[in-house]
Design a protein around this ligand. Structure first.
Ligand code: SF4
Length: 503
């Protein structure tokens, strides 16, 4: 599908228009100049003064036309970047409207293509905008549906009840620790995850680097009186290392990090049931870690095989019971809607199986075709459900969680997600993961340690975000962790010490 855009000279429009087009069509190409090879042509008339006034007329090869207009005042004293953002939103507004009319598809998230819609609502609350006006603005400016606005509100309310001081946590940090190993690599995976077998040398060096990072960063936090809100071990699968290695790692955490006893939450992903053993559960218990994640993804054996997860459905259930019997009292489970070969029938089975276990929290993902995954590279091999069926499954998840006492408490979206839907974290009240709220709402700095770990530095005053990523593969990490640690300490010093000298 070629979409020919006329009347917009600024090339910065290209990407947002491309992202919105992807919500409607597979394989779209946006061409921003005169071109005869088009399926759809959209003529824009854009005027910008103290107002932005924009009109779009879409024509197709059959001679059908659809048009839309939008006008709003531009706020005063905007930076160039923010001014362009407002203009871009106005352009997206009419563009989405004509595409909706042309295709008959309504995008429930409107023009939003970003990852964190709830941040918009948090920002409005922080600015003191009353609830009904905030909702009205979300609807008018971004064309978000009432259904999604109400979901956003429900989630924001929940988050503020779980973390009432959410907006004041900017002077603390959370820590993410990335362990880049898994028993085997799943087909949809783009995480830094390397099959662990035969890599013991690499694991040893990696852990050496990780301990170093934990010591250095922990020392800095202690010296500067900065508290830790949450710690999250992810990856990869952090339980793919041995029980002894886990033991030493948590000992390091207790020795190096400040005031570990008062950290609000420590989570360890034990995603792959094939990595869970009584010895490892003992180690978790020893270090008072009681929030883990065991991820079935699906309860259909053929699906697990097709996506490269070399464990059985029975193993998930068995390890869940084992973890329970050994005192894990906050277990999260991840499910994925729209895995290859799965539709309403299969998902319904998965929900029935979940009912037998009733984990404290349940994260429902919608399958996303990420560019680097094996699944995306071999798309023909993996047949997935269509948009309507994916929407039905999402609805089933909503109803099922509601009927079983779970509440939604965080959500995020991804590019190329099936049906342009979202991933939603549900939880029994009081069992929400605080780290998930922190990572989604970007109210505080998250320091990433280990392989593939991204750090997100949030300026305590301006809220400005700086990203910093550790290397993804263990080899590069092992060669450079000292340098990366130094860089992070430098950023932390600029961020927090300047802030306290200003205070
Ligand atoms: S278990 Fe998770 S991190 Fe590991 S390969 Fe599968 S999806 Fe990737």
């Amino acid at each position: 599908m070629q979409i020919n855009i006329k009347g917009l000279d600024d090339y910065r429009f290209h990407r947002p228009l491309q992202l919105i087009a992807n919500l409607f069509f597979e394989e779209t190409e946006i061409v921003m100049n005169e071109n005869d090879l088009w399926d759809i042509k959209i003529q824009f008339d854009l005027e910008t003064t103290e107002f932005v006034k924009v009109r779009a007329v879409l024509s197709d090869r059959k001679g059908n036309e659809h048009s839309a207009s939008f006008e709003r005042s531009l706020s005063e004293n905007l930076t160039e970047k923010d001014r362009f953002k407002q203009i871009k939103n106005a352009v997206s507004h009419v563009y989405l409207t004509v595409l909706q009319e042309k295709t008959g598809i309504t995008q429930k998230w409107g023009i939003l293509t970003g990852v964190r819609p709830t941040k918009l609502l948090h920002r409005k609350i922080q600015e003191g905008v009353p609830k009904d006006i905030a909702h009205q603005q979300l609807k008018e400016d971004y064309l978000i549906s009432d259904e999604k606005i109400s979901l956003m509100q429900q989630i924001v309310d929940r988050q503020l009840s779980v973390v009432p001081d959410l907006y004041e946590l900017k002077n603390e940090v959370s820590i993410y620790i990335g362990i880049p190993f898994c028993p085997t690599k799943c087909a949809y995976c783009t995480f830094p995850a390397y099959a662990i077998n035969g890599r013991q040398g690499s694991v040893n060096s990696f852990l050496g680097g990780l301990h170093y990072e934990m010591r250095k960063i922990g020392k800095w936090l202690k010296e500067n009186g900065i508290r830790i809100t949450t710690v999250y071990y992810g990856g990869g699968t952090p339980t793919s290392i041995t029980a002894e290695e886990m033991d030493m790692l948590y000992e390091e955490m207790y020795t190096s990090f400040p005031d570990v006893k008062n950290i609000r939450e420590i989570t360890v992903e034990a995603g792959r049931p094939d990595t869970i053993t009584p010895e490892k559960l003992d180690v978790l218990k020893k270090w008072k870690i009681n929030r883990i994640s065991i991820n079935p993804q699906s309860y259909i054996q053929e699906t697990l095989k097709a996506i490269g997860r070399h464990h059985t459905v029975e193993e998930t259930v068995e390890k869940y019971h084992l973890a329970r019997s050994m005192g894990m009292n906050n277990i999260n489970m991840d499910l994925i809607i729209g895995l290859p070969g799965e539709g309403v029938k299969e998902f319904s089975h998965t929900l029935n199986e979940t009912e037998k276990l009733m984990p404290e929290s349940l994260t429902v993902h919608t399958l996303s075709f990420k560019r680097a995954s094996e699944m995306t590279k071999n798309k023909e091999k993996y047949k997935v459900a269509d948009r309507t069926e994916v929407e039905r499954m999402m609805y089933m998840a909503e109803q099922w969680t509601k009927n079983h006492g779970y509440v939604p408490y965080y959500l995020y979206r991804q590019k190329n997600i099936l049906g342009n839907l979202e991933n939603v974290g549900y939880s029994l009240p009081g069992q929400e993961s605080i780290y998930n709220i922190m990572i989604m709402e970007e109210q505080q700095t998250i320091i990433g340690l280990g392989c593939g770990a991204s750090s997100k530095f949030v300026h305590p005053i301006t809220g400005q975000i700086t990203h910093f990523a550790n290397p993804k593969d263990p080899k590069s990490y092992n060669e450079s962790y000292e340098k990366y640690t130094e860089e992070k300490l430098k950023i932390l010093t600029e961020l927090f010490l300047q802030e306290s000298s200003l205070a």
